[in-house]
Design a protein around this ligand. Structure first.
Ligand SMILES: NC(=O)c1ccc[n+]([C@@H]2O[C@H](COP(=O)([O-])OP(=O)(O)OC[C@H]3O[C@@H](n4cnc5c(N)ncnc54)[C@H](OP(=O)(O)O)[C@@H]3O)[C@@H](O)[C@H]2O)c1
Length: 255
């Protein structure tokens, strides 16, 4: 049974993994046997995060690049081609939040949120899938959605549009790539304790609302997403395609 979830011999790129959910997923996949490539916007923090995993005896390396920069993403994949590194698993995790009512929102802020949370998943997965298809080896694409893939909240319009887009982009990837043995799925995390949500945790009213609106009555922890990520990255999900799995403590179930 454990071999179903074994990621030995697989290489996984996890975008936005210098901290938060991405770091927990990188650690979890590495503990399941994968070689992991960490990413973020800064060389120093990406290198430090990779070192934290390597110090545990895990197979980790880092590569900083901006996931919204098509040329930078292409250059990273070209370098891996040159080095003989084949990406078998991609987790499109990099993301940002920006809170403002729609009527006050500048187009540039809308664009930045859409580019980082949605367009980046297309740019990165496209590079990976081209190679998976050419190799004939198949692969795994895991896109990180959100509760806002399903439910809108005030003041996070572009994030909601982007994460709703992630759900349908995941289905579009399945429609085109399933025949090449690529499984594209998404994870929709609930309210998870990370830097992104620190302003919400510090807001006593919001913190109380998160607890009272969730049947689990608490925030989630980044490591609670690892089981689903390993499942979707492994042979255990070989006939699961185009799905989004919510890991939210039951929040959507009682909406
Ligand atoms: N926390 C939650 O409750 C929650 C809930 C639902 C969904 N999510 C989603 O889960 C993912 C991770 O969230 P998080 O809470 O872990 O966020 P976080 O703690 O703010 O970390 C975000 C990560 O993304 C990276 N990143 C941002 N823009 C990037 C870019 N242009 N290129 C490369 N890397 C970039 C950051 O890099 P730097 O370290 O260099 O800044 C950082 O490593 C996001 O997609 C988010 O929308 C989070």
């Amino acid at each position: 049974m454990t071999s179903l979830f074994d990621l030995s011999g697989r290489t996984a790129l996890i975008t936005g993994s210098a901290r938060g959910i991405g770091f927990a997923l990188a650690e979890g996949l590495a503990l399941a046997g994968a070689r992991v490539i960490l990413n973020g916007t800064r060389d120093d923090t990406v290198a430090a995060a990779a070192r934290r995993l390597a110090d545990q005896g895990l197979d980790a390396r880092g590569r900083a690049f901006d996931v919204t920069d098509e040329q930078a993403v292409a250059a990273a994949f070209a370098q891996w081609d040159h080095d003989g590194v084949q990406i078998d698993i991609v987790i499109n995790n990099a993301g940002i939040q920006f809170r403002k009512p729609l009527v006050e929102l500048q187009l540039s802020d809308w664009q930045r949120v859409i580019d980082t949370n949605l367009t980046s998943a297309f740019i990165v997965a496209r590079e990976a899938a081209r190679r998976m298809i050419a190799r004939g080896t198949g692969g795994k694409i895991i896109n990180i959605g959100s509760l806002t893939s399903e439910a809108a909240r005030a003041t996070v319009g572009p994030y909601t549009a982007a994460k709703g887009g992630i759900k349908m982009l995941t289905r579009a990837m399945s429609a085109e790539w399933a025949a090449s043995n690529i499984q594209a799925n998404a994870i929709g995390p609930g309210y998870i304790l990370t830097d992104m949500n620190q302003p919400l945790v510090d807001n006593l009213t919001f913190d109380a609302w998160v607890r009272s609106s969730n049947p689990s009555q608490r925030w989630g922890k980044p490591e609670e997403l690892v089981g689903t990520a390993v499942y979707l990255a492994s042979a255990a999900s070989s006939y699961v395609n185009g799905q989004i799995i919510y890991v939210d403590g039951g929040w959507l179930a009682v909406l």
